[in-house]
Each structure stands twice: as C-alpha cells, then as structure tokens.
Design a protein around this ligand. Structure first.
Ligand SMILES: *[C@@H]1O[C@H](CO)[C@@H](O)[C@H](O)[C@H]1NC(C)=O
Ligand SMILES: *[C@@H]1O[C@H](CO)[C@@H](O)[C@H](O)[C@H]1NC(C)=O
Ligand SMILES: *[C@@H]1O[C@H](CO)[C@@H](O)[C@H](O)[C@H]1NC(C)=O
Ligand SMILES: *[C@@H]1O[C@H](CO)[C@@H](O)[C@H](O)[C@H]1NC(C)=O
Ligand SMILES: *[C@@H]1O[C@H](CO)[C@@H](O)[C@H](O)[C@H]1NC(C)=O
Length: 859
C-alpha cells in the first residue's frame, strides 16, 4: 500500500521533471498540406512497400493491394482485389471466427522478389496463402502457396518479415490457434524454423526484422549476413505472480543450414538477448518494445537501432525511444555469457548465468573463415555438443545497453507505436538523426536528441480521427523526402518538414529543425534539402540560438484595426503557434502593465475594458520563447491598431457590422468589439537578454527594438535600457513552486516512512539502521522495488542464509539455492553488505522473489 503511494509520487515527479518535452508546434490536419490515399470500402492499410527507383508505393490492405505514385499517393496506378473465397469464409465462420471482422484476407507480407515480382501473403480467412504478384500486368500468378509460418492465421496476431536474396524470413505464429510462434525461413533448399519451446520463443509479439550485411567489405566468407528480429515476449527468467514482458533482439545467420542430427531443419544460430531501455535516475523500466528501425547509412560508422518502448503497466502512458549501436548487440552475441535454466526441487525453473565450459565452435555463432579453416564448412558439420548447447541456451545472460545508457527521448501522456529515423546534414556540417514517431492517436512526432537535450520539433496530426499508426515508412530521396503512415482508415503522405510555415527568422531558428534555415535573401524559412544554400545566406542554429536573427526584421505580421467607442470594450486576439511560447503585450514601445484593472489578459487574447483616449494606439503581441534559461527571444506575431470611434460621423448603427476601406487595409467593424484585419509588411523582432544575478535585487533588462514601417520603408532604430524586475515573469512559477514544495514534503514523508519500515534498498537502510538500530528488516524489503529492478538487473543475490553454496556435481551449470520451504529467510542489512564481499563464489543466482501476499504483510 505504502509502496503504491511511493510509486505514485515517483510518477508525479516523473511528470514535473524535464523528461517530457512538449512538441514546440502542433500542426492540425487542416493547417498542413498532406496527401491522402484511401479506397471506399477498403480498410486496414497495414503493409507498405516503397520502390524508390520507380517512385511507386505499394499498399497492402484488407483484401486489396494498390500501387500508388509515391510522390503523390492520391494518384492510384494499379489496384488488385485479393479476396478469400466464399467457401473459405464459410469454413472460417464454421470454426467460430467472425465473418464481419476476421474471415477476410488481410495482406501481411508484401516483399520484393525481383524487379518484376512481389511476394505477397495474406491471412485468407484463417488459411494463410502466399502468391507472386506480377507487376506488369498487376496480377497474381495464382500459385496459392500454403502461407503457414509467413502470415499468421489470425489478423490480430503479430507478424514481421524481410526478403533477403529471394528468401523470405518471417516471424509470426504457425497455427490456427496462434499458440505456436515461429521464426521461419522460406527457401527451396534450406527451409529453417525455430524449435517449438518456451526457451526459444515465449508468446512473442513480433515488431520488426531486418538484415545487416556483415559480409560486405570483408574477404569472401569472412563473416556472414545476419538477420535480426525484434519482439516482446513473456520472460521465463523473471517468475512473478503475473507475466513479465521483456523486449528482445534475436539473431540468425543467413548461411545457417540447420544441424545434421540435432536441430535438423532448425536454426543452429538462433540467439536472443534482452534490450534494456530504462531511466537510470528513476529505475523506470520500459519493458515493451513496439517498433524498431535500423538506421543504416554509408556515412555512419555502424548501423544504429532505434526502438520505441512503453512500460507493461502503462497507466500513465509514458513512452521512450532508446538507441543501440549494432556493435553492442553483436558483442553480446559474440562474447556474452549464456543463460542457463536450472531446476530445483520445488519444480520451479530458475535462471542463472552459465559459468561452465562453452563448447567449440561457439554455440550460435555464424560460420566464418576461421571455422572453415577448422573444417567446419557449414552448420551441418558442427559438432553435436555445440548444437545441443545452443538448443538449450538460446538466451544470453548479458543485456544490450542503450547508447548513453539512457533513452534518447522520454515522453509522457503518449503511446508511441512506430518509428523511422532520417539523417540530415545541417548547415553547421553536423549530421542529425531525426526521429519520426507515430502514436496510437494518429499523430506524428518529429524529434531530435543532441547534446542540447531532447527536443520535439513538431507534432503533426496525420489522421482526422484518433487511431493508431500501424506502419511508418520513410523515403530517402535526396530532395523529396516523405513520411508515409498507414492506419486502419488509409495512408497519409507527409513532407519531412514544414519550413515555409515559419514566418519569421526567430521562429525558423527556434524550431531547431535541421531541415529548415532562414534565407537572408528571400526572407523566408527554406528547406535546405530542396535547394543549394550556403551558410552565408542562411541562418540555422540547431541549438536554437536566434541571436543572428537580429537584423532580420522583415516579418509578415497580421495587422488588425479596431474602432471602439469611448468607454467600450475591445478584444485583441493573439495565439502563438509555438506551444512553448508565452505572450506579452506592448502598447507602442511600452510593455503593457497587465496589473491595470482595465486589462484582462486571457490565454489567447487581451480584453481592454473602458477604453479611454490614452488606450488608443498600436498594440503588439509578442511571442516569447526562452532559450538557455536566461535569454528570451521574442517576435511580434500580431499588431492591433485601436482607435476611438468618431461619434456621429458614420452612418452605420453602432451595433451592425460594417466594412471600411482605409488605404491598403480593410477593416471589419464590429461595435463595440472589433477584430480582423489584413496583412501588411511591418516588422519588429526583438531579443531580450536577462542577466541572471545572485542578488534578489531587480536586475537590469536591456532590449532593443526596431520598427520598420511599410509606408516609408525606412528603419527606425531605437535602443532602450530599462529597469525591469527579473522576477516579473515568475507569477505562475510561484504557484508551481508551492505545488512542488507540497509534493516534495509529501515525498519526503513517504520516503521517510518507507525508509523507517525498511521498504527501501541499501543506502537508505544504512541510514535507517544508524537511526533505528534494532528494527528488523522485513521480508518485504525488495518486492516491488525489486520487480522494477530485477527485470533487467541480474543481481548477484546471495544465498540468503549466508551459507556457502555447494557446487552441483559435474554439469558445470549453476543451480539455484535451495530455499527450504520456498521462502527467503530475511537477513540483516549489515550482513548483506558484508556478504557482498563473498562475490567470488562460483554461482550467480538470479534474484527471484515471490510474495503473492506481500501487500497483506504491509497492511
Ligand atoms: C499541396 O501540395 C501540392 C503538391 O505538393 C501542391 O500542388 C498544392 O498546391 C499544395 N496545396 C496547398 C494548399 O499548399
Ligand atoms: C481493421 O480496421 C477496423 C476499423 O477500420 C478495425 O476495427 C479492425 O480492428 C482492424 N482489423 C485489424 C486486424 O487490424
Ligand atoms: C571443407 O571444405 C574444404 C575446402 O573448401 C574441404 O577441403 C574439406 O574437405 C571440407 N570439409 C568438410 C568436413 O566437408
Ligand atoms: C556502442 O555503444 C557502447 C555502449 O554505449 C559504447 O561503449 C561503444 O563505444 C559504442 N561504439 C561505438 C562504435 O560507438
Ligand atoms: C496508452 O495505452 C494504454 C493502454 O493501452 C491506455 O490505457 C492509455 O490511456 C494510453 N495513453 C494515451 C495517452 O494514449
């Protein structure tokens, strides 16, 4: 109970920390120019395949396959309906499946076989079928191959596939019931599959598969190409009350031919390892992988693996992106320890590190030139010992740790489902990896992670309704890059950037978008991929430093004219596009004192009551964004001109709307509140630099502003130095501070209480034991914290009785300590720390705690 409160406090803290960046800008579907593909009566657009040479995007949907122009997907080129027959549908319904939702042919595999043929598979009303799709003409060959192992039977089950040199590698389920998972290679001579065993695959949810050509740039036969599969499965090594999910990477070698006696027609190179993704500060573990993208690029030293993760109990909806370098994955498979199951008397399977002798050649390794030199020419000639070992030990003990040992991005209140990553060379010469991440609500987040921290450049609402993005694809053409997203309702094509939407230099630079730069000559924000730009005529700083925008003053600013009666009310509208910006107001060149009771600032407007003569003039609404804590960049987003209505001069009645032409601007009058206007060229950009000081004295704020009037086209430079309180902007931060203090105090109380009760691990317990010397530690000490920790940390738990463990006779395998009647006797903390010195014992035992009734003990 107490622990769940503690957990909640953690969650709250998690929310207020800077771990959850807000997208700087949110684009609604109506604001951006996206292209859409959808056929009436066709749903579930779940498979996409791009042919960049031909500019064709192939779309696999329910009972249909389309070919569309990849530069404009609304342009359909070919269509093919591939339906399950009426007999098949009836048979499917007879087996208890739904004719309205399940007994259809859902396309699940769409892979290129060669230039003219695609390999396609579908669920086909629970009778998976594969076929060849000839592209010219766009017709099926009618081969009707059995699709078992390539497409699932059930459309709700997971699937992934990759075509490598004419052989299809797939991960899916093999049976009607969907209870037999399989990683399968379809090939004429060398059909291979996984062993049907929970050690190999335990209820996996496949998310992705890809090949890494390790053999390239190597002498022939030196190393083999490797195929990686990514999935979340039920862990066998963590044995709790409920199922614990765990994200994995598995690998097989392309040259695998199966074993001769052992592992006949099975993979001899199947190994898997845990992908670690967690926030070390909070011990918050993301243990479900939803999608993986392998970033390969000729100018990358090695491929990078990007995965999107959520937590199993994602009640608060936190998602993360973790990146791994390929070499760290390879290292685990090539040099890591194996995991070993050991059965103890309670018939519980425990998992330990295998410390015994490893047969040679190394089990699960690809055959390389070294093995060939030893006369192991193929997996068929491998010794039985090696094959038996890999059959029993497919899981690695070591986990794959992410780059920087922490996520690239953590975001609250969102469930990420898909990811693709693009590489962009910015004008500073650095190359940035830009992540495009799809959510379960049909939006796309575009983010970068650099030494300046995580930053979500923009959020794009791709679909009119909230629905999960099922698949994402990126075109990597030099100039015309697009992201394609498939969902149940259709396919969307979005450009990778919306540079032209940033109307001012400050806005363009603050976007921190590697694709965008401000053109000094054109005075627009341009996409650097589409044309040649030199660093001399463009401004781009990925760190968001907009100081060079000083001097770039021509902005397109909306001007609105208002005519108000004396004593009337006027509403001045202003909504900044940037979610991170706040607004401030100026009347002519003076900051508006919003304390004045006649001013009523709202979220996206300012109301002025009882308008007097001195309230007339030009009001500027400034969008202010903080940069590096002490610099505020602001730029005018709208100008409102408020004038007093000249009484009796107009013929219109005061309450009826009227328009009036004034020079080049059109004014819409709505008395007493008047808004609307037209755009003219005026300019004003300013940079506020606040110098932070230790004293609480008001610090000086200097700002410079430049006004550029369209009529005269002459610049009018004014420099002001003002005394302004450093604390003026902290009105709402004091509320935040109070709230924070409140939570902090609450947290301290809970922490202290838990510490006192001994629910928290060692450092606190040491502290507690000095204060409360005689309180025995409870058995509960690790259960929930432990659940979070032990998922990935194979702690070197000691035999809890402090006894030396006896080596098991001759197996060389580690075994679990015998815990008598199944409970772990408690142990004093001081003893625990002492025991840590006995690290050299021959056993590493997996921490395994089972307390079905642990809550009862606390309450
Ligand atoms: C949208 O983009 C298409 C092609 O890129 C272009 O032809 C069209 O004019 C654009 N529409 C708008 C409203 O910008
Ligand atoms: C297909 O799409 C419909 C809605 O358009 C959805 O209800 C259904 O779950 C989808 N089926 C699969 C297998 O994705
Ligand atoms: C392996 O191949 C080499 C030459 O490629 C051959 O001399 C040798 O006999 C082969 N060994 C086996 C066990 O097939
Ligand atoms: C790969 O990642 C690991 C772990 O973060 C790191 O130690 C190693 O240096 C990285 N290798 C390369 C080539 O970047
Ligand atoms: C994320 O998914 C979980 C479980 O599917 C759901 O309960 C939660 O509401 C979702 N959160 C968001 C922000 O979509």
């Amino acid at each position: 109970m107490a622990l769940s409160i503690l957990y909640l406090v953690f969650d709250l803290l998690l929310g207020v920390t800077a771990f959850s960046p807000e997208p700087r800008v949110t684009w609604e579907l109506s604001e951006v120019n996206l292209t859409h593909f959808h056929e009436p009566e066709v749903f579930n657009y779940s498979v996409l395949l791009l042919s960049e040479d031909e500019n064709v995007l192939y779309v696999g949907a329910r009972e249909a396959i389309f070919a569309v122009n990849s530069l404009d997907i609304s342009e359909k080129q070919h269509e093919l309906y591939w339906k399950a027959s009426e007999d098949q549908k009836n048979e499917c319904a007879k087996k208890g499946k739904s004719k309205q939702t399940e007994c259809f042919n859902y396309v699940r595999v769409l892979q290129p076989l060669n230039k003219d043929v695609l390999y396609v598979c579908g669920t086909n009303a629970f009778q998976p079928t594969c076929d060849h799709l000839n592209l010219l003409p766009f017709k099926l060959a009618g081969r009707n191959e059995d699709g078992k192992g390539r497409s699932p039977f059930d459309p709700m089950q997971s699937y992934t596939s990759v075509m490598i040199d004419g052989e299809l590698y797939s991960g899916t389920s093999f049976t009607f019931l969907g209870n037999e998972p399989i990683i399968f290679r379809q090939s004429q001579q060398n059909q291979l599959r996984t062993e049907y065993s929970v050690l190999w695959l335990n209820d996996p949810n496949f998310v992705s598969a890809d090949v890494i050509r390790h053999s390239q740039n190597m002498p022939k036969g030196y190393d083999d190409d490797k195929v990686y599969f990514f999935f979340t499965e039920v862990s066998v090594e963590f044995d709790f009350v409920g199922k614990v999910m765990i994200p994995r990477v598995a690998r097989v070698c392309k040259g695998d031919q199966g074993g001769l006696r052992i592992l006949q027609k099975k993979w001899t190179t199947f190994l898997k390892a845990t992908l670690l993704c967690r926030m070390p500060e909070w011990n918050y573990i993301f243990n479900v992988v939803n999608d993986v993208f392998i970033l390969k690029s000729p100018n990358l030293k090695e491929p990078l693996i990007y995965g999107v993760f959520t937590a199993q109990l994602n009640n608060i909806g936190v998602s993360a992106v973790c990146a791994y370098n390929m070499s760290s994955v390879e290292e685990v498979f090539a040099k890591g320890k194996y995991m070993q199951s050991a059965t103890v008397e309670q018939s519980d399977t425990k998992w330990v590190r295998y410390n015994g002798e490893i047969p040679k050649p190394r089990p699960g390794a690809c055959i390389n030139s070294f093995d060939r030199a030893m006369n192991f020419n193929s997996s068929l000639s491998l010794p039985d010992k090696t094959l038996q070992f890999v059959k029993d030990h497919p899981l690695m003990y070591d986990s794959v740790t992410p780059l920087g040992n922490k996520p690239q991005l953590v975001k609250r209140d969102v469930n990420y489902t898909q990811i693709v990553v693009d590489r962009v060379k910015a004008l500073d010469g650095n190359t940035y990896n830009v992540m495009f991440i799809g959510t379960d609500e049909g939006t796309l987040h575009k983010a970068i992670s650099s030494e300046h921290g995580m930053h979500i450049i923009e959020e794009i609402k791709l679909f009119p309704v909230s629905e999960p993005i099922q698949t994402l694809l990126l075109s990597s053409k030099e100039e015309q890059r697009y992201v394609y997203a498939g969902s149940n309702s259709g396919v969307m094509q979005s450009p990778v950037a919306f540079c032209e939407k940033y109307s001012t230099c400050v806005d363009c630079v603050l976007a921190r978008d590697p694709y965008c730069a401000w053109s000094v000559y054109r005075l627009t924000c341009v996409n650097i991929l589409q044309e040649e730009f030199s660093i001399w005529d463009t401004i781009q700083h990925i760190n968001g430093d907009a100081t060079s925008c000083f001097g770039q003053f021509i902005d397109n600013v909306m001007v609105a004219h208002h005519k108000v009666n004396l004593g009337g009310t006027v509403e001045l509208k202003c909504s900044p596009k940037a979610n991170l910006a706040s607004i401030s107001w100026k009347l002519e060149n003076q900051h508006l004192n919003l304390e004045n009771p006649n001013y009523h600032p709202l979220k996206d407007s300012l109301l002025i009551f009882n308008v007097k003569k001195e309230d007339t003039g030009a009001y500027y609404c400034l969008s202010e964004e903080k940069w590096l804590h002490n610099i505020i960049f602001s730029h005018v987003i709208v100008k409102h001109v408020v004038e007093l209505q000249r009484p009796l001069h107009t013929t219109t009645s005061p309450n009826s709307p009227a328009t009036q032409r004034e020079g080049n601007s059109m004014t819409l009058k709505l008395s007493p509140v008047v808004t609307e206007g037209s755009t003219t060229q005026i300019a004003s950009t300013q940079i506020v630099v606040t110098t932070p000081t230790e004293e609480t004295e008001p610090t000086s704020v200097s700002w410079m502003s430049v006004a550029f009037s369209p009529e005269t086209r002459s610049t009018d430079l004014k420099f002001h130095v003002e005394k302004t309180s450093y604390l003026t902007k902290s009105n709402d931060s004091s509320l935040f501070l109070v709230l924070f203090l409140l939570f902090f105090v609450l947290f301290c109380c809970v922490f202290a209480y838990n510490c006192y009760q001994g629910f928290l691990p060692t450092p606190c317990l040491k502290f507690r034991s000095t204060l409360v010397p005689n309180k025995p530690a409870t058995d509960f000490s690790d259960s929930e914290q432990g659940l979070k920790e032990t998922l990935v940390e194979q702690s070197n738990a000691q035999n809890q009785n402090g006894e030396q463990l006896k080596p098991s006779q001759d197996t060389g395998y580690e075994t679990e300590a015998d815990y008598g009647n199944g409970s772990i006797p408690h142990q004093d903390e001081s003893q625990k720390t002492e025991d840590n010195h006995n690290k050299d014992k021959p056993f590493d035992v997996i921490y395994d705690i089972k307390y079905a009734d642990s809550d009862a003990e606390v309450d």
